[in-house]
Design a protein around this ligand. Structure first.
Ligand SMILES: C[S@@+](CC[C@H](N)C(=O)[O-])C[C@H]1O[C@@H](n2cnc3c(N)ncnc32)[C@H](O)[C@@H]1O
Length: 494
């Protein structure tokens, strides 16, 4: 009997009986066969001593367990204690059919416990109290968790404060609990969105997971439309393997075009290089050049705040202040700068090609002193070549006491609001205009938004180096990416 094929036939029948909307409400999407087998193959089963305990939380129809069993048989494992947790009443009858298939296997002895409960609330009490869970501990956990945003006051969030910084999502609560469920040196493989690797919302979760476990492997897909599920899922998805041990530092980075897993490319790096800064961002490089870039930029000890500066989001939300927008300067108005005022690294104001009103009758909170700034666009489109699009703004560019900034534009200023030294302005332009920083940022953040928390955490050169870069820039006034790369390249390689 081909176990996975049988499970898949049952899964397809179940899909025909359900609407996608019903399943979407509980975050139910099924893993395809190749992905399930690839995930199961990521475990190291060679340390096996006697019976192994395996957990598949959010089991669905059991495809991941089936894949695990197939791989375990190939590796001559003879005895598995399998625990399944699933609380969706619709899928349980199919799962029970599939459990019968598991138990009927001749080559392996499998005992199955099905827990028809909510995986989180069933044991979150023990998570908070750091006591053993009611489910017990496991050698291996394989999971495709529900992807579902939940309100901060949902019952699933009770007891889970240690990992929740902002808007919770079931997927990372599943992961945190699974770490809790592992034996020391136990392994878990999860297929999840990439979102947890960056951003302030996941900071506590990242701290928890890296305090308790080590990242051992990450698999990336080049084509996000072709992954993971029998169905279309648009989230950027990755597969991760964690080991509950602080001893391992080597991370294997694999990538494939899609879920056929043909021509898998493999690199290795150290967790110290991939997990950087106090926010524990996880960088996901796909080439040895990118790994080298992470090492080089990761060596810088400064950040904008450490040098007394900060990137902020523009102060004015234009669509909420339509009645304050004017098409020409009037008494009391200030220039309102938009992303479209950025032109080749400088500011073009007003942009005559735009019909948008570019003057604002500001409230106090919308005004800022007219001084030198670095602006960085907050959004870029997928088609644009560069994620980081900076511009130099000098106070003499517009003859005015105050300006304002649209909130789709970021700006850098000193925390004490005094003007930034001009050579530092130029030096900052060089680093944010370089393809080195553009690539670095892209490795960190899969989305097209330039996020202030992340820019404020970026390692940057020290003040003297920034001034030096600024002086060289000033002499040439060359705004090309290539020139910025040449200047910064000398510092990065030194
Ligand atoms: C993304 S699906 C994955 C199903 C299956 N493991 C697979 O890979 O095809 C997540 C599953 O978790 C179940 N689920 C959602 N919330 C749950 C919870 N709190 N406790 C247990 N199961 C849950 C859903 O019903 C769904 O079957």
């Amino acid at each position: 009997m081909n176990l996975i094929s049988e499970v898949l036939i049952n899964t397809r029948n179940f899909l025909l009986s359900q609407t996608k909307d019903t399943r979407k409400k509980i975050g139910q999407f099924f893993t395809d066969e190749q992905t399930a087998l690839y995930m199961a193959n990521m475990f190291d089963l060679s340390n096996y001593k006697g019976k192994i305990r395996v957990l598949d939380p959010g089991t669905g129809t059991g495809i991941l367990s089936a894949a695990f069993i197939e791989i375990a048989i190939k590796q001559n494992i003879s005895n598995i204690d399998l625990v399944l947790v699933e609380n969706n009443l619709d899928v349980l009858p199919i799962l029970k059919e599939n459990i019968k298939l598991f138990k009927s296997l001749k080559d392996i002895k499998i005992s199955v416990t099905l827990i028809e409960e909510n995986f989180i609330t069933f044991q979150s009490n023990s998570f908070r109290e750091k006591t053993p869970s009611r489910l017990g501990q496991f050698d291996y956990i394989i999971c495709n968790p529900p992807y579902l945003k939940i309100p901060r006051n949902s019952e699933e969030t009770i007891n889970m404060d240690e990992v929740i910084s902002g808007a919770p999502n079931l997927y990372f609560l599943f992961m945190a609990l699974s770490i809790h469920n592992l034996f020391d040196n136990g392994e878990m493989v999860y297929i999840i969105p990439r979102s947890w690797t960056s951003g302030a919302y996941f900071k506590k979760f990242r701290n928890y997971i890296f305090d308790s476990a080590s990242l051992s492997q990450v698999h990336l897909f080049a084509r996000r439309d072709k992954v993971f599920s029998i169905e279309k899922v648009l989230q950027e998805t990755i597969i991760v393997k964690f080991i509950k041990s602080k001893m391992t530092d080597i991370v294997t980075l694999t990538s494939s075009e899609d879920n056929t897993f043909s021509n898998v490319i493999t690199h290795q790096s150290s967790q110290k290089v991939l997990v950087q800064g106090s926010s524990k961002y996880v960088f996901l490089p796909t080439s040895s050049e990118e790994i080298q870039l992470l090492q080089r930029i990761g060596k810088f000890n400064n950040t904008l705040p450490k040098l007394g500066m900060r990137l902020k989001t523009g102060l004015t939300v234009d669509f909420k202040n339509k009645n304050r927008l004017k098409n020409q300067a009037e008494k009391g108005t200030v220039p309102l700068l938009f992303p479209f005022n950025i032109d080749n690294g400088r500011i073009n104001f007003p942009n005559k090609n735009k019909e948008t009103y570019q003057y604002l009758l500001p409230t106090n909170g919308m005004k800022q002193i007219n001084k030198d700034y670095i602006f960085i666009k907050r959004f870029s489109s997928k088609e644009e070549k560069y994620r980081l699009q900076p511009a130099i703004y000098l106070c003499e560019d517009i003859n005015t006491q105050f300006i304002s900034t649209d909130n789709k534009l970021n700006f850098i200023e000193r925390i004490d609001k005094r003007p930034i030294e001009r050579n530092i302005i130029f030096g900052l332009f060089v680093i944010f205009n370089s393809t080195y920083y553009d690539t670095y940022y892209r490795i960190l953040n899969g989305s097209t938004q330039v996020n202030s928390t992340e820019i404020n955490d970026l390692p940057i050169p020290n003040k003297n180096d920034l001034k030096h870069l600024g002086q060289l820039f000033k002499q040439s006034q060359n705004f090309t990416r290539e020139f910025s790369d040449n200047l910064l390249g000398d510092i990065l390689k030194s």
